[in-house]
Design a protein around this ligand. Sequence first.
Ligand code: URA
Length: 259
Amino acid sequence: MDARTALIEALRWQLFWGADEAIAEAAVDRFAAPSLPASAAPASPVRALLPMDRTIPAPQARAVAIAAAAGTLDQLRQALAAFDGCPLSETATNLVFNDGNPETGLMLIGEAPGAEEDRLGKPFVGPSGQLLDRMLASIGFARDRYLITNVLPWRPPGNRSPTDAEVAVCLPFLHRQIALVRPRLVLLLGGLAAKALLGGNAGITRVRGVWRAVEVPGVEGPIPMLATYHPAYLLRSPGAKRQAWADLIALRRKWDSLH
Ligand code: URA
C-alpha cells in the first residue's frame, strides 16, 4: 500500500469510528520532542485529501437530517436500515426497530437488543422481555396495547454497555420515532433509557418512580415519562421488584386518569 492509499484508509477508518472534525491542522504526537513553531508546522495530510469545498457532516447531524425526512414509521425503519453512521449496525444480525401497537398512546423504551432480539429482529423477546410481558400483563397491558422500542436499534457486541457516541448517533432516530408515534405516556426501562430521554447523570435508583414532563424534539408540548428498573436488572435483583411494581401501578393510574 502506498503512502497516499494508507492515509486515505486511515482517514476512512477514523470516519467510520465517528471522528468528524479535525481540531488542528496536523496530528499532535505528544510523545515527540518539543513542538515546532506554528510557521514550521507541516500541512495537514488529511486536509490535503479532502475537497476544500466539502465538509463531512457528523454522523449525528446526518442522523438528525435522515430521521427528520421520515414521515412514517415505515420510512423511519427503512432509513435506519440504510443508515451507516453507527458502527453497531456492522456487527448486529438484524435491525431491531419496534414491536406492538403504535396507535394506543403508550410507548415503552428500553436500552438495546440482546442476543435473542438480534436474532429475531424484535425487541424484548428474550428472558427480560418475558418478565416484562408478565409484569405488564399484570396491570392489563398485553403487547398490543403499547409500542415497545429501544434507545439503540442494534445489539452491542457481546451485550456490552453502549457507548455515549452510539447513543448520541441513534438518539435522533428515537426522537423521530417518538414524534411520529406521539405517545401520551412513556415508560423508560432502565438507566440508559432514563438518561437518554431525561438527561442528567442521576442513576435509575434516583430517577425511577417520578413522573417527568419531557420535551422531545419535533413534539409539541412535553410528554409525561416515568422511569423504572430494567427487567434484566429485576432478574438479577428480585428484591427491586417491589419498587417496579409500585411504578407499574403509578403507570396504570396515570393511564386511567387520561381515559
Ligand atoms: N433489553 C433491552 O433493553 N431491550 C431489548 O430489546 C432486550 C433486552
